[in-house]
Design a protein around this ligand. Structure first.
Ligand code: ASP
Length: 322
């Protein structure tokens, strides 16, 4: 006779073996910043440049996952490609502060072990996401800022660049014209990946907001605001008006609805972005992957370059509201 407890165990085992959801598929999703630049407002060549960079970012990252690589490294690969493109407000294409300088922020979270790393106010590091990963993996700290973060990055072999590396005619024009924070393109970049072991990682990198006061730090390097990952729950990377994302602890707010409530990651993302933040005037968006690699995308602006590789292996890149 099968005892009840054993029977339940047997049934659960059979269900989980038959359930395709128990085998997470390696997967990556990226964003290039929520904002107001729809494809019809883009300058010549911009749409192609944005699409090409997102495609390349997804494909290189997915290739790494297909070779058995980790989700943290997949996030780095995806974000590095976007940081090196001048079409996004991160790395090379970063916006200017009100003082005409560039101050870059980034963060990473590893959902497997809850480790995180963040940097803020970098002025000379080419790829801030690399510095954030180094803080996570090679220091006992979570968050380094300014000169201390730069020195740490250099000590750990990160490439440095002069401030002129960040000069871009269009960005500079936005700075000079003093476009309001909301009308200018946000353009932050982010990536979330799940690897073959089901480990989730999320990362985000930004130049911040156009004409931000120098010394201002947004949500991007604040764990639980701009970036969050937890195995079994999901991974999230946000973009938008950072002050709202900090005040609402936005990415953790989404994860907490899954963790302590009955919401799916998708429903939770909708609640936070489309109800809570929107009602406060908090413009922006979020991308994520749930614990099974299910795609989550929500934004309350009119555009957010974004992409993922669908179940047929096709690369999907979108910019405007569908
Ligand atoms: N969230 C970023 C910040 O406030 C800006 C953005 O996403 O474009 O610094």
């Amino acid at each position: 006779m099968v005892r009840p407890a054993l029977f339940i165990l047997l049934v659960n085992t059979v269900i989980s073996c038959n359930n395709p959801k128990s085998q997470p598929k390696a997967m990556v999703i990226v964003h290039g910043g929520a904002g107001y630049i729809t494809t019809d407002l883009m300058i010549p060549g911009e749409e192609e440049g944005v699409r090409d960079a997102i495609e390349k970012s997804l494909q290189k990252s997915q290739q790494h996952l297909a070779n058995g690589g980790t989700s943290v490294e997949a996030v780095r690969i995806a974000i590095n490609i976007l940081e090196d493109s001048h079409y996004f407000n991160a790395g090379k294409g970063s916006v200017f502060t009100s003082s005409g300088t560039n101050e870059l922020d980034a963060s990473i979270m590893n959902g497997q072990n809850g480790q995180a790393g963040a940097v803020a106010g970098l002025t000379n590091i080419k790829n801030p996401i690399d510095a954030a990963i180094a803080v996570m993996e090679r220091s006992p700290h979570v968050f380094l800022i300014g000169k201390g973060a730069e020195e740490f990055a250099v000590t750990h072999g990160m490439d440095t660049v002069p401030q002129s590396y960040f000069y871009n005619k269009h960005r500079y024009q936005e700075h000079i014209e003093g476009l309001s924070e909301d009308r200018s393109k946000f353009g932050t970049v982010g990536a979330v990946a799940v690897d073959h072991n089901g480990n989730i990682a999320a990362g985000t990198s930004t130049g911040g907001m156009n004409n931000k006061r120098f010394g201002r730090v947004g949500d991007v390097p604040v764990i639980g605001a701009g970036t969050y990952a937890e195995n079994g729950i999901g991974g999230l990377s946000a973009t938008g008006h950072g002050e709202y994302f900090i005040r609402n602890v936005a990415t953790y707010d989404i994860a907490a609805q899954v963790k302590y409530g009955n919401e799916t990651l998708d429903e939770a993302g909708y609640n936070t972005l489309m109800k809570k933040l929107k009602s406060q005037g908090g413009n922006g968006g979020v991308i994520g992957l749930d614990s099974q690699g299910g795609v989550v995308i929500h934004f309350n602006t009119v555009a957010m370059p974004r992409g993922y590789i669908n179940s047929k292996g096709e690369t999907v890149v979108l910019i405007d509201v569908d």
